[in-house]
Design a protein around this ligand. Structure first.
Ligand SMILES: [Zn+2]
Length: 278
C-alpha cells in the first residue's frame, strides 16, 4: 500500500499509561483471583503473557506504525465520507485510540489480549500496536495491507453503528439464545469484512493499492477465521461457538466488498447461506 508521506488523520490519540505498569497491575489482580481458586498461578500467567508475547516495539517501529494507522484512518474517513455522500448522508468520523497493555473504554476495561476492538458507546477504535507484530508472527499474515484490513474491519463496525445495525443487534441479544446470538454475531462480523472490502475498492480507485495488497488482506481475514483459530488453539472446531465466521467466509465477504464497492451487496443478515460449502 502506498502510505508513506501521505497526510494522516487528526483523530488518533495515545492512551496514557505505560505497558509495564498496565501489565503489572493486571497480572497482580489475576494472580490473586487465580491463587484463591487453585493455588497455582503459573498456568494463567503463562496464558496471559502468551497473549501479549511479552513483546515490545522499538520506538522507531512505534512511530512508524502510529503514522501508518493514522494514514489508514484518514483513508477510511475519505472513503466513508464519499460513500455516505452517495447515499445523501453525512459520515460521522470515529476516533482511534492507541494503547499499551490495557485501556479503559466506554465498553469497559480491555487488555491487549482482547485484540483490536470498536466500542459503539464512545465511537472509538482501540488498538495495541503490538497486535500488528502478532498478526505477522502468530497469525502468519504479514504486510501493510494485512494491518490495514484490521483497521478497516473495525471502522466497518463504526459504519454499522452509524447505520443502526449495532443497535438492532443489542436489542436482539435480549431475546435470543446464546447460540442464536453467535450466529447473528457471525453475520455482523462478516458484514464488517464486507465493508473492509468496500474500503479496499475505493483505496484502489485512489491509486494507493500495490501488487499483493489484496492477497495480504485475504491472508489476514483467513488467519482470524473462527475455525482456523479454534483448530490452532484447541485442536478442534465448535461451529455453534463461532462469532466471527470461518476463514472461507471472511475471505469471501471481503472479496465481495472489494468486487462491488457499495453498500447494496453486503446484506449478510439476509444472505440465505453464508457458506457456499454448506
Ligand atoms: Zn469485528
Amino acid at each position: 500500500m502506498r502510505w508513506q508521506g501521505r497526510a494522516g488523520s487528526g483523530r488518533v490519540s495515545t492512551a496514557s499509561g505505560g505497558r509495564g505498569a498496565a501489565i503489572g497491575g493486571l497480572g497482580f489482580i489475576v494472580l490473586i483471583a487465580y491463587t484463591l481458586l487453585t493455588g497455582d498461578p503459573s498456568a494463567l500467567l503463562n496464558g496471559l503473557f502468551n497473549q501479549n508475547n511479552g513483546s515490545t516495539l522499538s520506538e522507531a517501529r512505534e512511530v512508524e506504525l502510529t503514522e501508518f494507522v493514522s494514514v489508514v484512518l484518514a483513508d477510511t474517513e475519505r472513503v466513508w465520507s464519499d460513500v455516505f455522500d452517495d447515499y445523501g448522508e453525512d459520515y460521522r468520523e470515529p476516533y482511534l485510540v492507541i494503547f499499551s497493555g490495557s485501556v479503559q473504554s466506554a465498553c469497559g476495561n480491555a487488555s491487549s489480549a482482547t485484540g483490536p476492538f470498536y466500542c459503539p458507546g464512545d465511537e472509538k477504535i482501540y488498538i495495541d500496536l503490538v497486535f500488528f507484530d502478532e498478526l505477522e508472527k502468530r497469525f502468519d499474515a504479514p504486510g501493510d495491507f494485512a494491518m490495514a484490513y484490521v483497521i478497516a474491519h473495525e471502522v466497518g463496525h463504526h459504519v454499522q453503528n452509524q447505520l443502526g445495525i449495532i443497535k438492532q443487534m443489542e436489542e436482539l441479544r435480549k431475546t435470543v439464545s446464546e447460540t442464536e446470538y453467535n450466529a447473528l454475531s457471525v453475520r455482523l462480523e462478516l458484514q464488517a469484512d464486507y465493508l473492509a472490502g468496500v474500503w479496499a475498492f475505493y483505496v484502489q480507485g485512489y491509486g494507493y493499492l500495490e501488487e499483493g495488497d489484496i492477497d495480504e488482506a485475504l491472508a489476514a481475514a483467513s488467519a482470524v477465521g473462527d475455525d482456523t483459530i479454534q483448530k490452532q488453539s484447541q485442536g478442534y472446531v465448535v461451529p455453534d461457538s463461532f462469532t466471527h465466521g470461518t476463514s472461507e467466509q471472511r475471505m469471501r465477504w471481503f472479496r465481495r466488498g472489494f468486487q462491488y464497492g457499495d453498500l447494496d451487496h453486503g446484506d449478510t443478515f439476509n444472505a440465505t447461506t453464508l457458506s457456499i460449502m454448506k
